[in-house]
Design a protein around this ligand. Structure first.
Ligand code: GLP
Length: 258
């Protein structure tokens, strides 16, 4: 796990976007795993800027989003499909047919979940999965207690997540109670992972996820088992890491060829 700590969100977003852009440039048919929430927004904004100003093309990529609320149609302003269109898909040259987001409106949820898993496999797997982290340690919508080998399935949101996500809705009662989410095992299958966390409110859970024991009670902690994870943190999100000086030292002395 490489932990990179930078002073500001802007610098993290620029580096995150740079990593995505290098991958997409070297492998134009990259399969990207995408996340919603407020954290990745500046990364998407920087990628859109690179598309507009430097000609970065997404025309051959495919994307799979982590999750979607059950019961929200794609044109509901709080659905994750809507979020992705607003912040990314409609602003770049991606083929809309190759942007996969679970459909939370289907009758047969379990069929939708197995179709999602098959579609990821058919595309050759996810090359880079972008992740945020919930304040309870969830990744995607894998709440504490999720099986560490789980696959795409229905989950019930924890009350902490409902409270956290209520800010996007008019009222807490409007937050759906259920979602479809890639499983922890699905996420671990990605060839590489970029976890982003910004701000003081994430400092506690970031420290537990990176430096604490691996436990299903903190799903993000399982990323310690993955061979290719980069964690991008601003100073505030890194403030409770006991080895933050070491991580800074490693990054500032990183050999060019490594
Ligand atoms: C939601 C999403 C997660 C995201 C989390 C954190 O619950 N399902 O994928 O990581 O929110 O959101 P934020 O980045 O707004 O803190």
């Amino acid at each position: 796990m490489e932990v990179i700590i930078l002073p500001s969100i802007e610098e993290c977003a620029n580096l995150g976007a740079c990593m995505v852009s290098e991958l997409v440039t070297s492998k134009p048919n990259t399969v990207l795993g995408l996340a919603t929430g407020s954290t990745p927004i500046p990364v998407y904004a920087e990628l859109v800027r690179l598309h507009n100003e430097s000609g970065l093309s997404f025309s051959k990529i495919k994307s799979f989003n982590l999750d979607e609320y059950i019961g929200l149609s794609p044109d509901h302003s709080c659905s994750y499909r809507y979020f992705m269109k607003e912040h990314f898909f409609d602003l770049i040259d991606i083929e809309q047919d190759f942007t996969y987001v679970p459909n939370g409106m289907v009758d047969d949820i379990s069929e939708e979940c197995s179709k999602y898993e098959s579609a990821i496999k058919k595309c050759g797997g996810i090359d880079l999965q972008i992740l945020g982290i919930g304040s309870d340690g969830h990744i995607g919508f894998n709440e504490p207690g999720s099986s560490l080998s789980s696959r795409t399935r229905i989950k019930t949101l924890a009350s902490e997540t409902i409270r956290d996500n209520a800010r996007f809705f008019d009222d807490e009662d409007e937050v759906p109670r259920h979602c479809i989410t890639m499983g922890v095992g699905t996420i671990l299958d990605a060839k590489s992972v970029l976890l982003l966390a910004f701000g003081e409110s994430k400092a506690d859970i970031v420290a537990k996820s990176i430096e604490g024991p691996i436990t299903s009670m903190i799903p993000a902690s399982v990323l310690q088992m993955h061979q290719n994870v980069t964690v991008l943190l601003d100073d505030k999100a890194a403030s409770k890491l006991s080895r933050r000086d070491y991580y800074r030292d490693v990054y500032s002395n990183k050999p060019d060829s490594y």
